[in-house]
Design a protein around this ligand. Structure first.
Ligand code: ZN
Length: 158
């Protein structure tokens, strides 16, 4: 737990995850929860979300992917956070900027004939956090619609 003064990256954020793995939760927000000024469910959701990001060290390609296409990582992490929170507290996040990322992952799962939870777990298991590589493998494994990824996505080529 830190204050914005201790970690300026917390300004405007409830929590953050650093690529080296530590997570930081905004201490003032925790106080708001304790005094009933903020949603405890949303606080726990953020804690779970940031913890799921901190599953491993990000590879250089994962960091590049996140900087250009954060929806891969955020879709997996927030999708799993939503599933965890629903099981823990019945809390369901409403209208969040990551909704489209989570919906994309759910649509991909449907296209692959998988349950969203199954796909999200497989993609989360990539410890280098390079999610699109896991998407590539999932599509190749299923061989849907004749789609095959033979090489890295074009944005990774030099
Ligand atoms: Zn996140």
């Amino acid at each position: 737990m830190k204050t914005v003064a201790e970690d300026p990256n917390l300004k405007g954020n409830h929590g953050i995850h650093y690529w080296e793995c530590p997570i930081v939760i905004n201490r003032a927000w925790l106080a708001d929860c304790v005094y009933g000024r903020a949603s405890v469910d949303e606080f726990i959701h953020t804690w779970v979300h940031e913890s799921l990001h901190a599953r491993g060290l990000a590879s250089d390609l994962a960091i590049l992917e996140y900087n250009q296409f954060p929806g891969y990582e955020e879709g997996v992490v927030d999708g799993l956070s939503r599933l965890v929170m629903k099981k823990l507290t019945k809390y369901e996040r409403q209208e969040h900027p990551y909704d489209s990322y989570v919906a994309a992952m759910e649509g991909l799962a449907e296209a692959l004939g998988m349950k969203p939870e199954e796909l999200l777990r497989k993609l989360w298991a990539k410890e280098d956090l390079w999610v699109s590589k896991g998407v590539e493998r999932a599509i190749s494994h299923r061989g849907i619609l004749g789609l095959r990824f033979e090489s890295c996505p074009p944005w990774f080529s030099q």
